[in-house]
Design a protein around this ligand. Structure first.
Ligand SMILES: Cc1cc2nc3c(=O)[nH]c(=O)nc-3n(C[C@H](O)[C@H](O)[C@H](O)COP(=O)(O)OP(=O)(O)OC[C@H]3O[C@@H](n4cnc5c(N)ncnc54)[C@H](O)[C@@H]3O)c2cc1C
Length: 458
């Protein structure tokens, strides 16, 4: 196999598929191929189905508040079949002193929440006077400095719900670049948010909705993969910058060539391949693995109306939290039952994934039983153990981003996107793919436009 294209996309996960989508939309004349080592496209996106139960190995949905994702939904017609769960209609709960308390989703709710003491609520306003620190900090340090230590459990669950991460390790500059910009420009986060609101520039004016599909997240992959040239089951072994500036992508089955190369891989496999061109400042970044324990209960179970809950580390619980899947999206389990997906492990507790399936189910059930009314054992239980890990944007991440910028400037035609570069959510992948295609079409490197203020939701 030796074939020439205009663009080779390495990785047919969501990042690669979104890049192909935007290339077709904005540069339809280009010959594009996707190449992936797996036998199916979609990467981390994978839907589980068994005996009338439907759950997700990877992402459970994404919010409809990002332009690029909405473009994909509308252009493909997926907006007509999607299921939505509006955040405004569903509480998200936090485990607080062993019981579930709604997470405040408005300033009014924040004033009345039992999650903060009166002094803790007053301390939030100190943000207006705290001089922004220029240097990067962990999210925990940053939040405690600006808003006081009382907010840490709420910040903890926000990063648990997105990164399965550790607020004492994740970098504020990498995870929330948009909020950092606001803070530095306005001298305070609250002042910055107010200015943004007054200017009518917010991404979100009302609370958005979580999106999934009747057939699960795999439907997105199916639609994005339609009518694309894709080479599956081919692991890329080497990248070579050949004569005439063409990129040579080497696999066991042969070689492909193209003027432009989009690396749409998670950070670690990308670093492995790119290190042959230039040594990166770190050889790998940390990742968090989770198990998803799918449990269904009979109608005696009582689950509060809502998305689910998360538990901060200070609560010392077995599960990171749980999604009340049947409340969010219909058709996930047989009629009359309630299905819950419980998350276990994460950056702080990889040892829990060493437990057997039976042990995990028993411990997850015992944990949930203290928070919810679950009078009888689950009628169905399955432990899903996704292969992939969630990249952690920790304190070495900004250095890595500078290195990527230098690589893209030095190596013409090279574009680096994918899981863990500019964020980890599906919306981040769609946004970065659009920016990558813009840069490719314009024949230049990256513009850092991913620093929008993105609300962190689970
Ligand atoms: C457990 C879990 C839960 C998540 N939950 C959510 C959620 O609820 N909401 C949300 O918005 N996001 C969530 N995410 C994140 C979301 O899944 C990612 O944003 C997205 O799937 C990343 O897509 P990607 O294409 O960049 O990477 P991936 O999906 O990892 O795809 C990369 C592809 O590259 C291929 N590949 C790797 N190395 C090579 C090689 N050498 N040669 C050829 N191919 C190669 C792989 O086979 C894979 O197909 C979750 C992720 C995980 C792991």
């Amino acid at each position: 196999m030796e074939k020439e294209y205009d663009v080779i996309i390495v990785g047919a996960g969501l990042s690669g598929l979104c890049a192909a989508f935007f290339l077709e939309k904005y540069c339809p004349a280009l010959r594009v191929v996707l190449i992936d080592q797996a036998s199916r496209p979609g990467g981390a996106i994978r839907t589980f189905r068994e005996n009338g139960y439907q759950a997700e190995w990877g992402p459970h949905g994404f919010l409809n508040n990002v332009l690029e994702s909405r473009q994909i939904l509308e252009s493909t017609g997926l907006d007509r079949e999607m299921q939505t769960a509006p955040l405004g209609d569903f509480h998200r709960f936090i485990c607080h002193h062993g019981r579930l308390v709604p997470l405040p989703q408005s300033p009014k709710m924040l004033l009345s929440t039992p999650l903060l003491s009166p002094a803790g609520k007053l301390r939030l306003l100190a943000d207006l006077w705290k001089k922004p620190r220029i240097e990067d900090q962990t999210i925990g340090e940053w939040a405690a400095y600006r808003f006081g230590r009382g907010v840490l459990p709420m910040v903890d669950v926000a990063v648990t719900g997105t990164f399965a991460g550790d607020l004492n390790r994740l970098s504020i500059d990498s995870v929330m670049p948009g909020v950092r910009n606001l803070e530095k420009e306005a001298g305070s986060v609250l002042r910055g948010l107010k200015r943004k609101k007054n200017a009518g520039a917010g991404d979100v004016r009302t609370l958005p909705a979580m999106v999934n599909f009747p057939g699960g997240m795999e439907r997105l992959v199916e639609v994005l993969g339609q009518n694309r040239e894709m080479l599956l089951g081919r692991s890329v072994k080497e990248l070579i910058r050949g004569e005439g500036g063409l990129w040579r992508v080497v696999t066991a089955q042969g070689e492909l060539r193209a003027a432009s190369l989009i690396m749409a891989l998670p950070v670690n496999p990308a670093l492995k391949l790119l290190s042959v061109l230039d040594k990166p400042p770190v050889s790998a970044i940390p990742g968090a693995r989770i198990a998803n324990v799918v449990m269904a209960f009979d109608s005696k179970a009582q689950i509060p109306r809502g998305f689910g809950y998360l538990a901060p580390e200070s609560e010392q619980r077995f599960a990171l939290g749980a999604m009340f899947s049947t409340h969010m999206f219909s058709g996930r389990c047989p009629e009359g039952q309630i299905m819950i997906e419980v998350l276990v492990g994460g950056r702080r507790h990889p040892e829990r994934l060493e437990l057997s399936d039976d042990e995990i189910v028993a411990m997850a059930y015992a944990d949930l039983g203290q928070l919810l009314t679950l009078p009888t054992a689950p009628v169905y239980a399955k432990v899903l153990r996704p292969e992939g890990e969630i990249p952690q944007l920790e304190m070495d991440h900004p250095v890595l981003l500078r290195w990527r910028r230098q690589m893209e400037a030095k190596w013409e035609g090279l574009h680096i996107s994918g899981f863990g570069w500019d964020g980890i959510g599906m919306n981040d992948m769609a946004k970065t793919a659009a920016r990558t295609v813009e840069a490719l079409a314009a024949g230049h490197g990256r513009s850092d436009t991913n620093a929008a203020v993105r609300p962190v939701y689970f």
